[in-house]
Design a protein around this ligand. Sequence first.
Ligand SMILES: Cc1cc2nc3c(=O)[nH]c(=O)nc-3n(C[C@H](O)[C@H](O)[C@H](O)COP(=O)(O)OP(=O)(O)OC[C@H]3O[C@@H](n4cnc5c(N)ncnc54)[C@H](O)[C@@H]3O)c2cc1C
Length: 478
Amino acid sequence: MSSNPQFSAAVADRIAYSREALGPVVGEYLPDYVVLPRSVEEVQHVVRDAAAENIPVYPYSRGTNVYGFTLPLKGGILLDLHHMNRILEVNQETMTATVEPGVIWGQLRRAAAEKGLAPMPILGPHTGGMIGNFTSWNFTPYASRYGPDRVTTLEVVLGNGEILRTGSQAVRGHESSNPYFRHAFGPDLTGLFRGSLGWLGIVTKAVVTLYPVPEVEKNITFSFRGLAEALSSMQRIERLDITKHIAIYNRLWAAEMCDPEFKRIRDPEAEQAALARYPNWILNVGICGKARQVAFYEELIAEEIADGERFCFEGQQKRYWEDYARGGGERVTGMFGSAGSAISTLTVTPFSKCIRIYEKARECIASHNFRDPVHGGLYEPSVMYFPSERGRVVYSEFEYRFDPGRPETVPPAMEVWQELMEYYIEELGSSLMVLNVLVETRLMPSYVDMLKGIKKLCDPRGIFSPDRFFRDATPGPK
Ligand SMILES: Cc1cc2nc3c(=O)[nH]c(=O)nc-3n(C[C@H](O)[C@H](O)[C@H](O)COP(=O)(O)OP(=O)(O)OC[C@H]3O[C@@H](n4cnc5c(N)ncnc54)[C@H](O)[C@@H]3O)c2cc1C
């Protein structure tokens, strides 16, 4: 290496990056080197040297994605960016913050609060970062109102070591005078890097949007016996255009979020007894604004509830639920329940498909006789639905648990997952997070060609995250 960022080839350091929560599903991959840069210049040096030697580079900001997105599938360099953790600016006028990849949600929340602002949270841990979130994906009940990403402009190190600045930062010599506008010159190059999983470039800075901390923020919940009623109430409320966040959860999801004891349950009857304390379906609605505004919104929302009732969590449950519903919190890591790990089926569809998605999951569980990995009863998935784009479509997430310590619990979960993912692609035409092989075979050729052409432009040697999207023939020829 021609520069000297912190560097290790010791197994003890490398092994920490070789596995994660989905280990038994996605496998283990040992990087050859771990490199921890502290500046964009050091990132450029690493990238130039790696390109010269045809060494793969896998970026890692905080490693909290839980889907194996940072695993070094072809070895090479694991580029851990967490030392680049400065908040370079919190700008009250433009309501933005300029952050490096190692900045975590909790850190930004604290810094922004000092200026009366807040980032729009995800429903994940405070230890993840916003750049890693942008380069993977972001779907949360906040996405409906605030969009699936909150980034205006980026600074990116490309595969030849050059820097690209997007949006209004692109004017030479003026990159810091007005980096606050995304849709500046031609196509949306900022958007190119959303969901790019480190395959197109290393993002070294992002300008992210913030929002004023509201005078009042309120979380209200309703219970429903049936999913159809919950969904139609959610759709009507969403069309009022007043929620900050909104989502439907089944009782299993609620129990995992509200009850630390739930994960210790070891038999099906005890689980049913614990679940009986929760409604079948919970519609959670977040509103905010001035006190009078919030009171008025509450009245409007109540008018749209059909065949559901106001429901209140009590005591500790209430504290955990509010904490979770407001974005992350301490219980979020309990979301995989007692088994320890889970694989998710995720898709985005119109409202009219949501019931079918649920029925299909139940049919699939029954036909595979999929048993709960902990207590052996017929499996019940935790389920969440929330609208995206102000109710045009709905995101669905179902969790299929397995115990990473007991390999025999993995194949049953995978069989159900595989069949449902096929169904999502074949019947619904929509899926997220599909395996790279599936992506390549099911996408239209012109789309694949376009992606590969963009890859060639951004990363001519193909050193960034090979195999993350497609079976890449990388590292590329010298
Ligand atoms: C219990 C739990 C719940 C969660 N809930 C949510 C949720 O509701 N919504 C949600 O969106 N996420 C959720 N997450 C996922 C994750 O916590 C967040 O998305 C987080 O913000 C990711 O940031 P990170 O820094 O850890 O990314 P990483 O895991 O480090 O990286 C994610 C991906 O981006 C790439 N990448 C990372 N940094 C860069 C960079 N600088 N340049 C280019 N590519 C890069 C990586 O190679 C990888 O492919 C959840 C996670 C957990 C554990």
